[in-house]
Design a protein around this ligand. Sequence first.
Ligand code: FAD
Length: 310
Amino acid sequence: MSNSQKIEDVIIIGGACAGLTAGIYTARANLNPLLIEGYQSGGQLMLTSEVENYPGFPEGILGPDLMQKFRAQAERFGTRFLTKDVTKVDFSKRPFLIQVEKEELKAHAVIISTGASANLLGLQNESRLMGKGVSTCATCDGAFFKDAKVCVAGGGDSALEEAIFLTKFASEVTLIHRRDELRASKIMQDRAHKNKKIKFIWDTVITDVLGQDQMTGLKLKNKKTNAESEIACEGLFVAIGHTPNTKLFKGQLNMHENGYIDTLSNRTQTSVEGVFAAGDVQDHFYRQAVTAAGSGCQAAIECEKFLANR
Ligand SMILES: Cc1cc2nc3c(=O)[nH]c(=O)nc-3n(C[C@H](O)[C@H](O)[C@H](O)COP(=O)(O)OP(=O)(O)OC[C@H]3O[C@@H](n4cnc5c(N)ncnc54)[C@H](O)[C@@H]3O)c2cc1C
């Protein structure tokens, strides 16, 4: 392991909405940030096509194009990039230690913006057709399915929330669940059952997503009878939860029961002073590009004040 003597003012871990915004702000505050963007640079928006709810783009913008603009803006003010994954951190010492493969880096402050990943069913065509009918976010993509038939995979509160939200646009929403009862709260179940646009398929797993350039339907298998069938639909919303990318920080920072990083109320300060968390890695409620960018800005401003007062 090489032992660099240089101590960075701030290292940002994660190169998507939150991290790149933190890059713009810390670079413009002359903190000369080093941003370790990871191998999934651009983050979740690289998996989608049209983004219509990011302010400033009235015609909409492709997710990867939006991320390219964020990155170019951070670069313009001098953010330095490292396109590798962080493999280990040690926040028990100061300066903080951040290991990137065999290289050990040091920083007075760290902004964590490693995001979260939507859990997927694990089907090959599910990933291929992501953004082409398959989605993990009804708030983001629901409006693209006006008068269409869509399916939702899942059985918890978030699956029912997605299904109910989708009835604003879709002509029919079919919830496909692998059991014969839902895990969701009673109140959400009541709301879903009362909604005439929502249909249920029980005891059934999705075995394939059909379609070439655009999704056209799903292949299903009944778990009790093993009977196989197909359903025609234009959209599949996979609503089986999210996993925050926080494994790296276990034992170093306080976390919620659900694995998201705990921050002070309305702040990005974590349980270790000088370590900040922004974006989906600490947000299991909004999960939007604009809120991630907003908290990247908060983290940068909090970080700047921390460094100034040090
Ligand atoms: C299919 C889809 C469509 C969506 N559409 C919309 C939309 O239309 N509008 C909207 O507002 N939101 C949308 N979202 C949600 C939005 O993408 C997220 O809220 C946003 O990307 C969160 O940004 P983030 O910066 O917190 O993290 P992420 O986008 O999750 O990015 C995490 C970053 O951390 C990096 N990283 C992870 N681990 C490491 C590591 N060990 N070392 C270094 N780097 C690491 C990754 O490389 C990546 O750069 C969509 C999401 C999906 C999945």
